[in-house]
Design a protein around this ligand. Structure first.
Ligand code: EPU
Length: 269
């Protein structure tokens, strides 16, 4: 695990991985990532120390490692509106942009002004949102490099109104999702904008279905929660079973939203 504190250190880590032939994986907050039970035989790079946060009029600049929660709190305090629907999404700025985290009302990409990326060629590039291949829970950023920081363009608003909106969105999340339990968020992407994977999993009878300590949430069908010591293999089993049953019942091929990390070791043995 490497936690570079600045771009120079990030460069050293990448150079080291390249010269040693080591695979690397850039981990954000880890909130929608499933690692294999046997671990990852390579270097995991964490961007936590990229925690700079500056407000300039209606533009917020945030390092890749800033927690979304902190970003939302600061924008509320500064009377800047835009982030409210994203409240309750765990994770950091970098990972949230790579995944284009969000919900129907708002994706994080909608608020982007620019993103600074440490490219795999070793250059620092500042790219416009249109260059990032942003789409529903996805982007092309992983093909370009590693996010170092992002600029967000927000709208001036009333602090009280922003706080109220944040509270309403949080309440909605708490009443419809297993908020506060251990999970990786929604497991699958919705197969169509107006068709919820959670609805399909629910109707296919997956809620409460359990393997080991992993279980389809009884609150929302698209969450698998960890009741204690769930293994990645338990979660994988539930994922495959969910896919199979939804396909059999409704003919939809569900696709994972979470990132399932492959152990590079597997391909050597
Ligand atoms: N529904 C059920 N049973 C369930 C779950 C949902 O009947 O078990 C029904 C609900 O009653 C509602 C409809 O399905 O009528 C849609 O449900 P919901 O509003 O919860 O939205 P969703 O499409 O299931 C999406 C995002 C969530 C996001 C919510 C915000 C995806 C895969 N999911 O869920 O994102 O928080 O909207 O409303 O796009 C995530 O990406 O990790 C995530 C949690």
């Amino acid at each position: 695990m490497a936690e570079p504190r600045n771009v120079n250190e990030l460069r050293k880590v990448i150079d080291f991985c390249e010269s040693e032939g080591l695979p690397f994986f850039v981990l954000g907050g880890g909130s929608n990532v499933l690692f294999p039970d046997d671990g990852f035989h390579g270097v995991v790079i964490r961007m936590k120390a990229f925690s700079n946060l500056e407000v300039n009029d209606n533009i917020i600049t945030a390092g890749a490692g800033v927690l979304l929660k902190r970003l939302i709190n600061i924008s509320q305090r500064e009377g800047l509106s835009g982030f409210e629907p994203l409240i309750g999404i765990p994770g950091e700025v970098g990972g949230s942009i790579v995944m284009n985290a969000g919900l129907k009302e708002r994706e994080i990409g909608d608020l982007l002004e620019s993103v600074t990326i440490f490219s795999y060629e070793g250059d620092l590039e500042t790219l416009a949102p249109s260059e990032l291949g942003l789409s529903y829970r996805s982007s092309k950023i992983q093909n370009i490099g590693i996010i170092v920081e992002a600029k967000f363009r927000l709208i001036h608003g009333d602090k009280e109104k922003i706080a109220k909106l944040i509270e309403e969105y949080l309440e909605r999340r708490k009443s419809t999702q297993p908020y506060g339990t251990k999970s990786a968020g929604c497991i699958f992407k919705n197969p169509a904008p107006d068709l919820s994977a959670g609805y399909l999993l629910d109707k296919a009878g997956l809620k409460g279905f359990r393997k080991g300590d992993a279980m389809y949430s009884t609150v929302h069908g698209n969450f698998i929660i960890n009741l204690g010591n769930a293994k990645a293999s338990d979660v994988t089993y539930l994922i495959e079973e969910g896919k199979r049953r939804v396909f059999e019942e409704f003919g939809y091929q569900l696709e994972e939203e979470i990132v399932r990390v492959e152990d590079p070791w597997e391909s050597y043995t």
